[in-house]
Design a protein around this ligand. Structure first.
Ligand code: ARG
Length: 475
């Protein structure tokens, strides 16, 4: 068993099946950069503390640099027998530099090593995701900027409710993604703590300088309890919870895009590059990207369930169960990253990195204001405005509500919108109906009346856009 990095205690070789079952190298290789960074910081600290010689440190640095080059070039041979990324790299190091390689693991265990690697890796991915969340918000803002005066029906219960600005509708998603970004920044603080020094579970008798390792690796703090440091994966659970919420927000947006693309709405259009055809129906252009984004939310929510269940019932401290943390976590990062990238581009267009401008060949989704407008004119979306008009003329709201119901009934019987009823008929509804009632019943009148903070009046919507733009420019 010496080739596996353990003691001479074992007399029987591991079966092929057990090897395959227990090995993680097939998927944890992607931690190699973090593993090497962590090993370098650990080795340098061992050198500073006089626990290994300066020559050992130099040998380790040289060996690990070589290994990094090989892995990068795809020439490194990963061995299943060596179980995971950590043992593979350590064995390759010893093969190259001899005793110095064997000294690297002084005061360290794979338990604190793997926890460190995941946190380092995840921290860098978090920073990439933070930029993508900003890109997603900017994409929505680009469409919002040109859609303040585009009016569509707002729905409750999927029934026409009140008219809203399309920009206002998109800004609702900006708020959601802004909160996701806040959550991400907050959980990053808890990811960015250093486990190294916890060793297997109890800490170590070597005089390690944990703070200097943390500083070299850019960790904000140390994990303060060795048992906790090696055993909890709450930071990964928290991250998948964040990922689940992002995907739920994306999924709702994707669902709306799918609906809006349908001929029965025809509110928007997407570039061909985000659609696919049908092998049987020649007329089809299907919004596959949006549908997949909606569908992929399921796997991320599944990963959250997987990880949280993995943790439950594990006694302290490290258990091999934790090796199962990686695939869900990796797939969550990959899925959220790819989904945000593609959705930002599909909505807001592709940005030319040289100029920062939108590529005219890939401008993002196109808005069809006329279709939105005619949909907003169906379904008596301004009925509330008529009631509000009466209230402003002194009628109690509940009475006004009743009067308007009669008005809607009348309009329905005649197949007209409220605003299309003759003024005389409107005035006949109630003595307090004023001459200015028709302007109140237009879509524009309805929007511009909603000037409350957070409302859909164009002046408020323009303020929201400016506020988000300033926030994102500052970030
Ligand atoms: N591959 C293992 C994991 O991902 C590394 C830690 C293994 N530690 C141990 N004592 N077997 O969790």
């Amino acid at each position: 068993r010496k080739d596996q990095g353990w003691s001479a205690l074992f007399s029987e070789p591991m079966s092929e099946l057990v090897q395959r079952y227990t090995a993680s190298v097939g998927f944890d290789q992607r931690l190699w950069r973090a593993d090497i960074r962590g090993s370098l910081a650990h080795a340098r600290m061992l050198g500073r503390q006089g626990l290994i010689s300066a020559q050992d440190v130099a040998d380790i640095e040289r060996g690990l640099a070589d290994i990094a080059t090989e892995i990068e070039a795809g020439r490194f041979e990963w061995k299943l027998i060596l179980e995971d990324v950590h043992l593979n790299i350590e064995a390759a190091l010893t093969q190259r530099v001899g005793d110095a390689g064997k000294r690297l693991h002084t005061g360290r265990s794979r338990n604190d090593q793997v926890a460190t690697d995941i946190r380092l890796w995840l921290r860098d991915e978090i920073d990439g995701l933070a930029s993508l969340l900003a890109a997603m918000q900017l994409a929505l803002l680009r469409v919002a900027e040109r859609s303040v005066d585009v009016i569509l029906p707002g729905f409750t219960h999927m029934q026409v409710a009140q008219p809203v600005s399309f920009a206002h509708h998109l800004l609702a998603y900006v708020e959601m993604f802004a909160r996701d970004a806040e959550r991400l920044a907050d959980l990053r603080k808890r990811v960015n703590r250093l486990p190294l020094g916890a060793a297997a579970l109890a800490g170590t008798s070597y005089a390690l300088d944990r703070a200097s390792v943390a500083a070299e690796l850019g960790f904000d703090a140390l994990c303060e309890n060795s048992l906790d440091a090696v055993s909890d994966r709450d930071f990964a659970i928290e991250f998948t919870a964040f990922g689940s919420l992002v995907m739920v927000h994306v999924s709702r947006l994707a669902e709306e895009i799918v609906l809006w693309m349908s001929q029965n709405f025809a509110f928007i259009n997407l570039s061909d590059r985000y659609c696919t055809g049908s092998s049987i129906m020649p007329q089809k252009r299907n919004p596959d990207v949006a549908e997949l984004a909606r569908g992929k939310s399921g796997r991320v929510v599944g990963h959250l369930m997987g990880l949280i269940t993995l943790m439950k019932g594990q006694p302290l401290a490290y258990n091999k169960d934790n090796q199962e943390d990686k695939e869900p976590l990796f797939d969550t990062v990959d899925t959220v990253r790819d989904t945000l990238r593609i959705m930002a581009e599909m909505v807001g267009g592709a940005i030319d990195p040289a100029t920062g401008d939108v590529d005219p060949k890939n401008p993002g989704l196109t808005v069809q204001p006329e279709a939105m407008r005619s949909a907003a004119l169906k379904g008596y979306a301004t009925a509330t405005d008529l009631a509000d008009h009466l209230v402003k003329h002194g009628v109690p709201f509940r009475d006004a509500h009743e009067v308007v119901a009669h008005g809607v009934k009348l309009a329905m019987e005649r197949g007209l919108d409220l605003a299309e009823l003759p003024l005389a008929d409107l005035k006949a509804l109630h003595p307090q109906v004023g001459d200015d009632v028709l302007s109140v019943l237009t879509l524009e009148g309805s929007l511009s009346a909603r000037q409350v903070v957070g409302g859909t009046a164009p002046v408020r919507v323009r303020e929201q856009i400016a506020r988000h733009q300033a926030r994102l420019a500052g970030a």
